[in-house]
Design a protein around this ligand. Structure first.
Ligand code: E4P
Length: 217
């Protein structure tokens, strides 16, 4: 399963990338606002750090203007992936862009039928939002199971990009189901390394090492 970081924070992106934990980045208008950075500038910087796809989202609602915005965004770098909302205009834009060889991430997917449409429109990625479903009392991971089943039934090549990931169990379940990608805040990705027995083990080994009176360097 590929790991994307759901952030526009450069320091976090560099840290995860240096640890070999990053296959791409997703941003959205809210994350750009949170970063306090210029959209074009920060997207260019991220594209220079990460080899994989970097999602940059259009904000227009009609197909024509979406295409104009996508034209500006895809010139930033070869690894820019245009993010469009799951609406008819978004799907139309998806179709036009992917036919042209541009990567497209269809975002704000909340149902398996919507994911079916994204695949038919030739999306590179579809982003089902699991956390926002959980917030509304519905198990978001059930949506991922449904989409996996449907995509496998018809051999769709659109990659399932689990989004709105809030905690480590979302990551574990995504991997169990066989999602292609998950995007999570850097804090969640880093916390995957945490285990109390790892900390305890290090403590014990270091205590015994100190007793030997030796040093490696
Ligand atoms: C996906 O690409 C979105 O940027 C993101 O995962 C949304 O997450 P949220 O529901 O935590 O805002």
């Amino acid at each position: 399963m590929k790991f994307f970081a759901d952030t526009a924070e450069i320091a976090d992106i560099r840290e995860l990338n240096d640890a070999g934990l990053l296959d791409g980045v997703t941003t959205n208008p809210s994350l750009i606002h949170k970063s306090g950075r210029d959209f074009m500038e920060v997207t260019k910087e991220i594209c220079g750090i990460v080899d994989g796809p970097v999602s940059a989202e259009v904000v227009a609602l009609d197909h024509e203007t979406m295409m104009k915005e996508a034209d500006v965004l895809r010139k930033i770098a070869d690894n820019v992936c245009i993010k469009v909302p799951l609406t008819i205009d978004g799907l139309k834009t998806c179709r036009a862009l992917t036919r042209d060889g541009t990567m497209v991430n269809v975002t704000l997917c909340f149902s398996a039928n919507q994911a079916l449409l994204a695949a038919k429109a030739g999306a590179t990625f579809v982003s089902p939002f699991v956390g926002r479903h959980d917030d509304n009392g519905v198990d978001g991971m059930d949506l991922i199971r449904d989409i996996r089943l449907i995509y496998d039934n018809y051999d769709f090549t659109t990659e399932i990009l689990v989004a709105s990931v809030r905690h480590v169990v979302h990551v574990l379940e995504s991997a169990r189901i066989g999602a292609d990608v998950m995007t999570a805040p850097p804090k969640v990705i880093k916390s995957l390394a945490n285990h109390v027995l790892t900390d305890k083990g290090i403590e014990g080994f270091l205590a015994d090492w100190a007793k030997t009176g030796q040093s490696i360097l």
